[in-house]
Write a protein that binds this ligand. Structure first.
Ligand code: SF4
Length: 325
């Protein structure tokens, strides 16, 4: 029998994959990268290595704008920030189901642990989501397999429940014991450091949803950089916080760019009305050392002009900042 194992990268999903693989099942390890995973490159490298050590090959799938739309309007609401965890789980299972059919697999493996998250990982919630997804009896959770109802592959005699575990609740003790037993020393962050759980990021994303009717993955990636200032309903300034961010912002060629000409200071991306470039320049200058006769260059697709920024205090500038807390 063949299974798709959803691996977030966290320890639980890696253990679950290994338990079922050790029972002789063919495994397709599936990692879904969302636009909100933070350090996804290093996480994926480490995850690939872990998977390859089991003699398996990681399959990665990028969640696109359909994931962003789900985040905008989740059916089950948000957690502490803008994290729609229940809807996100459903999204991941839907993708896993698609891959299951594509690859001719028979069931799905997850690292879920009974009662680890009171809202989404209690027995009732687990069974409801299975039913809603059309996956009744096809989601195997080996870390809690001994204390969950038998799944289809168990009923058919392909998997032995006694080789699964009875882990329950939030303690990580048993998982740590299992990791030691399996010789695992290092593993990536669960969910790759999901930005949706970050309150500052949540404010920036809510601001984007509120002010832009249509947006792209580019707009989402811009949220990960710099300080964000809302200048008007249709205009936003993003200012670099360091050299690296200044350089990254300069790659966003589709937006007008503001660059200090004769002093060191933040580069700014102006997303919206170019007539607000003067106030944007003043905000950028408020984050710079003061010099005589400062000039900020405004670059657009076809021209560049010099702006002499008016001096405003940092306190005034901060009044425009979206994440001012
Ligand atoms: S923390 Fe992020 S990745 Fe994890 S379930 Fe919630 S929304 Fe999804």
């Amino acid at each position: 029998m063949k299974a798709v194992a959803l691996v977030s990268g966290g320890l639980d999903s890696i253990l679950a994959m290994k338990i079922i693989h050790d029972m002789g099942m063919e495994i397709i390890p599936l990692h879904i990268v969302t636009p909100f995973n933070e350090s996804c490159c290093s996480n994926i490298t480490l995850l690939s290595e872990l998977v390859e050590n089991q003699g398996l090959k990681l399959k990665t799938v990028n969640a696109g704008m359909d994931y962003v739309e789900m985040v905008k309007k989740p059916k089950f609401g948000y957690g502490t920030a803008i994290n729609p965890c229940k809807d996100c789980r459903a999204y991941m299972l839907r993708k896993a189901k698609e891959i299951m059919y594509e690859e001719g697999a028979d069931f799905i493996v997850t690292g879920e642990v009974l009662d680890q998250r009171p809202m989404s990982q209690n027995k009732k919630a687990m069974m409801v989501i299975e039913k809603e997804m059309g996956l009744e009896g096809l989601i195997l959770r080996p870390l809690s397999g001994k204390i969950l109802p038998p799944t289809v592959p168990e009923q058919k005699g392909f998997l032995d429940k006694s080789k699964m575990f009875d882990i329950k609740g939030r303690s990580r003790k048993k998982q740590a014991e299992l990791a030691r037993k399996f010789g695992l020393k290092e593993w990536p962050n669960s969910a790759g450091g999901c930005l949706l759980t970050d309150r500052r990021f949540a404010l920036k994303l809510k601001d984007l949803f509120k002010h832009k009717q249509s947006y792209s993955i580019d707009d989402i990636s811009l949220l990960k950089l710099g300080r964000h200032f809302r200048l008007s309903e249709d205009t936003k300034l993003v200012a670099g916080r360091n050299e690296k961010e200044n350089q990254l912002l300069s790659y966003y060629k589709r937006f007008p760019l503001l660059v200090p000409d004769n002093f060191n200071g933040p580069t700014g991306v102006l997303d919206g009305n170019i007539r607000l470039a003067d106030i944007a320049a003043s905000i950028l200058y408020s984050y710079s050392d003061k010099v005589n006769d400062p000039i900020i260059k405004l670059y657009t697709n076809d021209t560049n002009i010099n702006i002499i920024p008016a001096v405003i205090s940092r306190e005034i500038a901060k009044k425009y900042q979206i994440t001012n807390f």
